[in-house]
Design a protein around this ligand. Structure first.
Ligand SMILES: C[S@@+](CC[C@H](N)C(=O)[O-])C[C@H]1O[C@@H](n2cnc3c(N)ncnc32)[C@H](O)[C@@H]1O
Length: 301
């Protein structure tokens, strides 16, 4: 029942119907009673729908599924300090962008000297880190192929065909900076395993920069929010994404709450401060495919 209501609302939201409708619907629909476990077949169905969204091409790509944000967009969407951190990287350092789409941000980073327009909000140094773009579907453009040929495949790489969890740590190596802009952190059905993998891929003192749209904010919520990602503790009470992340070991988590954005969004920076990382496990209770999907997780006792 709840899943069909959520799917219906999702269709309305996608069609651009406003907050007022959501508020009315919320008043009419009784408070959800979430199942303890998401039935396997429902999850498979939703994951299959999600796969179709990822694989869409041309006119099938919904306008809300944006895959070509540039470095200036990353500067706007990621926590303060991202551009400075990127600018400090040296030649032998490594940057991984998870959920890179067309990898425009990496193209901007490697744009020929003098071509400052694409990265105007991110002042960068001359030395450049090696950059790895990761996307489930291959969205490489001719521009990518040309630039990769110019700068060399050892400087920029594009990995496609599978999600983060299917790569081994040995295959990927370690990174000084990992970014995720509407990538795996927003789309994964296994949030705790995703974060655990990211932290294991970071060098100690390395940093993960991401954002969480449509979540309960550390700095307080806005009335009438439709949450995209909801977390709850083992007793079933709401848990904020930042308070959950702060329970992980060997990390320093900083959150910037964006209460005035269209969707209340938490900008998140996680610094790995020692090697023995462990992330409190979350189990999936609800997943409705979309761009982004609606997800609900519960902390395991
Ligand atoms: C909406 S696009 C965002 C692309 C880019 N970051 C941008 O802002 O333009 C989502 C991207 O995340 C990728 N993605 C989603 N889940 C992922 C996962 N678990 N591992 C790797 N990539 C993932 C998709 O394949 C796609 O490249």
């Amino acid at each position: 029942m709840m899943r069909s209501v959520k799917s219906l609302v999702k269709r309305w939201k996608t069609a651009g119907t406003g907050v007022a409708v959501l508020l009315i619907l919320r008043a009419l629909v009784p408070a959800p009673v979430w199942p303890q476990e998401l039935p396997e077949t429902q999850l498979e169905e939703e994951i299959a729908k999600q796969g179709k969204i990822f694989q869409g091409r041309g006119a099938e790509v919904p306008s809300g599924y944006v895959t070509n944000r540039g470095l200036s967009d990353y500067a706007d969407l990621l926590p303060t300090g991202f551009c400075d951190a990127l600018g400090r990287l040296g030649n032998s350092d490594r940057w991984l962008d998870i959920g890179a789409g067309a990898a425009q941000a990496i193209l901007d980073y490697y744009a020929p000297a003098g071509n400052t327009a694409p990265a105007e909000k991110c002042a960068l140094s001359v030395s450049k880190a090696r950059a790895v773009a990761m996307s489930i579907e291959d969205r490489r453009t001719d521009k990518w192929r040309k630039q990769a040929a110019n700068v060399g495949n050892d400087r920029i790489r594009y990995l496609a065909g599978k999600s983060l969890r299917h790569y081994s740590l040995e295959e990927l190596g370690k990174f000084q900076i990992i970014t995720d802009v509407f990538g795996g952190f927003t789309y994964t059905a296994d949030l705790s395993r995703f974060v655990d993998k990211v932290l294991n891929l970071l060098e100690v003192r390395g940093e993960f920069y991401t954002l969480a749209p449509g979540v309960h904010l550390e700095g307080g919520d806005k009335l009438g929010t439709w949450y995209l990602t909801e977390l709850e503790n083992a007793a079933g009470r709401p848990e904020k994404v930042c308070s959950w992340l702060k329970k992980a070991t060997c990390v320093k988590v900083t959150c910037e709450s964006k209460n005035d954005w269209k969707r209340p969004t938490e900008l998140i920076k996680i610094e790995k401060v020692c090697s023995d990382v462990s992330v409190p496990r979350m189990k999936l209770l609800e997943f409705v495919a979309g761009y982004p999907p609606d997800r609900r997780f519960q902390l395991e006792p």
